[in-house]
Ligand binder design. Structure first.
Ligand code: NAD
Ligand code: UDP
Ligand code: UDP
Length: 314
C-alpha cells in the first residue's frame, strides 16, 4: 500500500508555493497549505480546493502551529522588494519567528524541514558567480535588509536546530524565479516588463539596464526543491537553485517586447538603493548532489508565462 506523506507547505498560496503544492499532490502526497494571504491568493490554488488530499489553513507563521506532518517546506515570506518593504518589521518577523515556529514544529514531529532561502543572502556580491561558500556582501541597515538579514538569520536557526537538536534540514538558496501565478503587481522585473508590454505602457528600466540577473522557470525550481527534500541526512545545503544563464535588464526587456509583439518604449528610472549589480548562481553543488539543472531556457519560459499574464491583462 502506498502511504501518503503528509506535507506542510507554508506560503503555499503564493507563486512558488502554489506550483509546489500542485506537484506534491500529483506525486501522491497529502498537502497542507498554510498561508495568511499577504501576497498569495486563493486564485493560485483554486483548482486544488476540491481535492480531498489538499487542506488550506489561513494562518500566520509568526504564531505557533500545532499539527502532525512528515515534511515541511517553509516558503512563507513576501519575496518581491515592493511587498517585503511595505511592512519591513513584519518581513523580519515572518522570516525569523516563522523559522522558529516551523523548526519547533519539525522538532516535535521529527519531520524533515526545507527552508526557501534566497540569493539575497549574498547581497550585492563581490564574487561572481556566487557559490555557496561565499559569505555575502549585505548591508545590515538598508531598505533590503529586512529580507536579506531575515533570511540569513533563518539559515542560522536552521543550522543551529540541526547541530543542537539533530533536525534534518535542507536549505535552498533560490535565485530569481518567474512563471505563471506571479502576482501581476509584484513589482519584480519579469512581471513588470510583461504587464507593461501587454498594456503598451512604457517599460521601466531601473538604472541604465546593464545590471544582470539569471532567471529560472518555476517548474525547474520546484523540481530542485523536491529533489533537495528527498536527499539523505548527509545533505543539508545550503544549495543554490537557479538558472545560470545571465541577462542584462535591457536584454530581458528586448526579449519580452519581441515575444509579446509590443509597441512599448523603454524609459529609464533611478536605480533603487542597494540594487545588486550582478547575480548568477554557481550550481555545481546542485548538479553534483541533486543531479539537477534547469531545463527551461528564458525564451521558452517567457512564452509559457506570457499567456498567464495575458489572461490577467484582459
Ligand atoms: P510570494 O509572495 O508569491 O509567496 C509568499 C507566500 O507567503 C504568499 O502566499 C504569502 O501570502 C505568504 N506569506 C507571507 N507572509 C506570511 C506569514 N507571515 N504567514 C503565512 N504566510 C505568509 O513569493 P514567492 O516568489 O512564491 O516566494 C516563495 C518563497 O521563495 C519565499 O520565501 C521567497 O523568499 C523565496 N524566494 C523566491 C524567489 C523568487 O524569485 N520567486 C527568489 C528567492 C527566494
Ligand atoms: N512550535 C510550534 N509547533 C509545534 C512546536 C513548537 O509552533 O508543534 C513553536 C513554539 O512557538 C515554540 C517554537 O516553535 O516556541 C520553538 O519550539 P522549540 O521546541 O524549539 O522551543 P521551545 O518550545 O522550548 O520554545
Ligand atoms: N527592475 C527594472 N525595472 C522594473 C523592476 C525591476 O529595471 O520595473 C530591475 C531591478 O532594479 C533589478 C532587476 O530588475 O536590478 C531585478 O529586480 P527584481 O525586483 O525582479 O528582483 P531582485 O532585485 O530581487 O533580484
Amino acid at each position: 500500500m502506498h502511504l501518503r506523506k503528509r506535507i506542510l507547505v507554508t506560503g503555499g498560496a503564493g507563486f512558488v508555493g502554489s506550483h509546489l503544492c500542485r506537484r506534491l499532490l500529483a506525486e501522491g502526497n497529502e498537502v497542507i497549505c498554510v498561508d495568511n494571504f499577504y501576497t498569495g491568493t486563493k486564485d493560485n490554488i483554486l483548482d486544488l480546493l476540491a481535492n480531498p488530499y489538499f487542506e488550506l489553513l489561513r494562518h500566520d507563521v509568526t504564531f505557533p502551529l500545532y499539527i502532525e506532518v512528515d515534511e515541511i517546506y517553509n516558503l512563507a515570506c513576501p519575496a518581491s522588494p515592493v511587498h517585503y518593504q511595505y511592512d519591513p518589521v513584519q518581513t523580519t518577523k515572518t522570516s525569523v519567528h516563522g523559522a522558529i515556529n516551523m523548526l519547533g514544529l519539525a522538532k516535535r514531529n521529527n519531520a524533515k524541514i526545507l527552508q526557501a532561502s534566497t540569493s539575497e543572502v549574498y547581497g550585492d556580491p563581490q564574487v561572481h558567480p556566487q557559490a555557496e561558500g561565499y559569505w555575502g556582501h549585505v548591508n545590515p541597515i538598508g531598505i533590503r535588509s529586512c529580507y536579506d538579514e531575515g533570511k540569513r538569520c533563518a539559515e542560522t536557526l536552521f543550522f543551529d536546530y540541526h547541530r543542537q537538536h539533530k533536525l534534518q534540514i535542507k536549505v535552498a538558496r533560490i535565485f530569481n524565479t518567474y512563471g505563471p501565478n506571479m502576482h501581476p503587481n509584484d513589482g519584480r522585473v519579469v512581471s513588470n516588463f510583461i504587464m507593461q508590454s501587454l498594456r503598451s505602457d512604457p517599460i521601466t528600466i531601473f538604472g541604465d539596464g546593464t545590471q544582470t540577473r539569471s532567471f529560472c522557470y518555476v517548474d525547474d525550481l520546484v523540481g530542485g526543491l523536491i529533489a533537495l527534500m528527498s536527499t539523505g541526512e548527509d545533505i543539508t545545503g545550503p544549495i543554490n537553485l537557479g538558472n545560470p544563464n545571465e541577462f542584462t535588464m535591457l536584454a530581458l526587456a528586448e526579449k519580452i517586447v519581441t515575444l509579446t509583439g509590443s509597441k512599448s518604449e523603454l524609459v529609464f528610472k533611478p536605480l533603487p538603493q542597494d540594487d545588486p549589480v550582478q547575480r548568477q548562481p554557481d550550481i555545481s553543488v546542485a548538479r553534483r548532489d541533486l543531479n539537477w539543472e534547469p531545463l527551461v531556457q528564458l525564451e521558452e519560459g517567457l512564452s509559457k508565462a506570457i499567456p498567464y499574464f495575458k489572461s490577467l491583462a484582459g
